[in-house]
Write a protein that binds this ligand. Structure first.
Ligand code: SF4
Length: 213
């Protein structure tokens, strides 16, 4: 895709949705969606950002740096955690230019935890990787165990690109990953709540006016 964008001299494509969606059976779609939402509310449990998905985010080292949890638009279960390391995590004020990092990458966090890095060090490391455009998994996986090693690796460009099993490593259940991607559903959310294709179809079918199956 990158090569094709380059061939067309495009640096990016932006979309702005200005049209209205035509829903075949708006009442039926709304009723099914509200029923699904109510069911999910009882199954999701409390929203705790990354701690809802990754047990190590419950550690005191991680939670003491937690500033807020963040969700995608409209998602009732925020799955990411913003840690502040360069200003008081409890303060809303923005005084530091780069106050912290929005953690979402569970495989890289696991690699860093296995290497013995604490939450503050790993947040600094991921910030520096993000600025360098480097995959934290590859950098940590190259054998570094502290922030000095990360900086050396980034400065020398010696981190070998490590093969990841696509984005699947960020999700608790791989079994439903492909179904979710095909239907445009968030795999992380549905792995948490339990993918139920019948329930999904009950919502989508009235919207489209035809059966999915
Ligand atoms: S669970 Fe999915 S939709 Fe919800 S905040 Fe996380 S990534 Fe976004």
């Amino acid at each position: 895709m990158g090569a094709e964008l380059g061939r067309r001299k495009l640096v990016g494509v932006a979309f702005r949705g200005m049209g209205e969606l035509e829903v075949s059976d708006s009442e039926g779609h709304m009723t099914a969606s509200l029923a699904l939402r109510a069911d999910h509310a009882s199954r999701l449990g409390p929203s705790a950002g990354l701690a809802s998905y990754w047990d190590k985010a419950r550690d005191s080292g991680f939670s003491s740096l937690l500033h807020r949890v963040v969700a995608c638009f409209g998602c009732p279960h925020p799955c990411r955690s913003f840690l502040k390391i360069n200003e008081d995590p409890k303060q809303m004020a923005l005084s530091a230019k780069e106050p912290g990092y929005l953690h979402f990458d569970i495989p890289s966090l696991d690699a860093a935890a296995s290497a013995g890095m604490g939450s503050g060090a790993v947040t600094t490391a991921f910030m520096e990787c993000a600025k360098a455009g480097a995959d934290p998994s590859s950098v940590i996986g190259a054998g570094v165990t502290d922030i000095a090693g990360v900086r050396t690796m980034l400065a020398t460009g010696d981190a070998p690109a490590k093969a990841r099993a696509s984005a699947k490593g960020s999700f608790r259940s791989y079994s439903t990953f492909d179904d979710c991607i095909a239907l445009g559903l968030c795999p992380r959310y549905w792995a948490k709540v339990g993918l139920d294709l019948d329930a999904v179809s009950e919502c989508i079918e009235p919207a489209l006016g035809r059966g999915l199956r």
